[in-house]
Design a protein around this ligand. Sequence first.
Ligand code: COA
Length: 225
Amino acid sequence: MPEVRGRSGVIRKLFTNPGRTMSGAIALCRGQWYRLKYRALGRRFRAGRNFRVYGKLDVRGPGEVVFGDNVAVIEHSRPWTYTREARIVVGDNVLIGSTRFGCAQEIVVGDWCQLAESYIMDTDFHRVESDRRTSSLPPRVAPVRIGSNVWIAHYVGVLPGARIGDNSVVSFGSVCSREYPPNVILIGNPAKVAAPVPGAPAPATVTAGAPSVERSAPAHPTVLA
Ligand SMILES: CC(C)(COP(=O)(O)OP(=O)(O)OC[C@H]1O[C@@H](n2cnc3c(N)ncnc32)[C@H](O)[C@@H]1OP(=O)(O)O)[C@@H](O)C(=O)NCCC(=O)NCCS
């Protein structure tokens, strides 16, 4: 959506759609407030230009959380990190709903994604062995990559090591734990390719070692304010 630039554009918007303009302005203020709050608390959170929070943002943990430009948090999102090395990197123009992130290493979300109430994690948190309560061994950790223009619907689980290709749709309740090609609709638990995304290029098969999501991973320096 093109941004209305300059004072005259803002005044025009105020007259044509005052409610929306006001809620956008409040969301911008809340975004700034969250920036200041987390800076004061020493949390490693950064967001780019035009960061808006309509709902709530709960950043926790020792790692980094980096949002690009024009990111909007619509509901109650919880990007939580569990190690100092952990990085949650969200690209530009991403809409975030009640999305939970559990990150011990790296979760990268490309530009133009829509994330609904879902859980995205790069760690299992616990080991599967029976001595999991006492074991000193670390749980499985594997980075997660979500390409650009991906729609993650409600109640989706994205598990360690998952790679979701550009333009894809992950449908309600699906669970993703492996690498998927771009331009597909994923359905089920475990998620399977159900159909191509209408209007997107024909789905290609996954090429080992060259996931399409790498191309769309946001460049870290450009997403910083
Ligand atoms: C992604 C989605 C829109 C895809 O819709 P679609 O491509 O039109 O798919 P269809 O409705 O034509 O369904 C195709 C088949 O998959 C099945 N199906 C669709 N979604 C499914 C799901 N989430 N889980 C299991 N099966 C599903 C349908 O029953 C149908 O099966 P059939 O061919 O045996 O009849 C839809 O699956 C979905 O997730 N909707 C909810 C989105 C949501 O959570 N929105 C709120 C957050 S933004």
